[in-house]
Design a protein. Structure first.
Length: 258
């Protein structure tokens, strides 16, 4: 059996669509550090039937709670075979668990599954495919750039909520856009001003071949609002090889708006 690589844990989720249906992807973003290639070259998957998929096909209580219990049992059972859990997809009435591991005999996997799911009436399926380069993880499980940005925006919004922020309160929000030093950013700056952003008359000097353009605008920071703003700036900067390098804002508490 191949040695399992040291895999960093960074679990998160994002909503998406798969096969034109709503889906939720939960994955270990840290698994990307093990690619490519990696020491566990086979993708294994287990599909658990949802007894109550609900309107959107992603499960409803109490069946979801039961599926979490099934997931724990399956992850533990297959972990004993050297399979590493990397992602869960909820979509179209199926709870799909995805693992990377050695080329374990399918009969051993099925035996472990039958034992782990003993007493369950729900159906299940299992399969595997060679994927030494981790293409399925990189191209399907891992979020595309917009969804990855959504995760980062959601994390920051959640931090503010934990500190008592009133997201619907307007406040100055700072954005930072990085450009290669040689790019003329004057057209970008004018376009940002047209969208209501304040741009300094004098930009900071370049640093290690990059120029940072700070922008500021009064905004609320509900997740949908701030994410839309970030993606608008991403698209605005792209023709000039610019990238969004983060956003920040002061905390606004209930006392501040009361």
């Amino acid at each position: 059996m191949s040695a399992t690589p040291n895999i960093r844990d960074e679990w998160d989720f994002y909503p998406c669509h798969v096969d034109d249906a709503p889906a939720s992807m939960f994955l270990n973003l840290g698994f990307a550090d093990a690619l490519p290639p990696h020491a566990i070259p086979v993708l294994h998957w287990v599909g658990l039937e949802m007894l109550h998929p609900g309107e959107h096909g992603m499960g409803i209580p109490p069946d979801v709670e039961s599926l979490f219990d099934c997931e724990d049992a399956v992850v533990s059972a297959l972990g004993a075979l050297g399979l590493v859990f990397v992602a869960r997809l909820r979509n179209n009435g199926e709870w799909q668990l995805n693992f990377y591991g050695p080329p374990v005999d399918e009969a051993h996997v099925l035996e472990k599954l039958r034992n782990a799911l003993a007493g369950e009436t729900r159906g299940f399926r299992a399969g595997r495919q060679d994927d030494a380069e981790g293409e399925c993880y990189a191209d399907f499980f891992y979020p595309p750039p917009e969804r990855l940005q959504w995760i980062m925006d959601r994390r920051l919004v959640e931090q503010l909520v934990q500190h008592g922020d009133v997201l619907t309160a307007e406040r100055p929000v700072d954005h930072f856009i990085l450009f290669p030093e040689e790019r003329d950013v004057s057209a970008f700056c004018e376009a940002a001003k047209a969208l209501g952003f304040v741009v300094p008359d004098e930009l900071p000097p370049p640093d290690e071949g990059l120029r940072s353009v700070p922008l500021q605008r009064m905004d609320t920071i509900e997740l949908d609002t701030i994410h839309d703003t970030v993606m608008q700036l991403v698209e605005l900067a792209a023709p000039y090889d610019g990238v969004h390098d983060g956003w920040g804002c002061p905390l606004v508490s209930a006392d501040d708006v009361g």
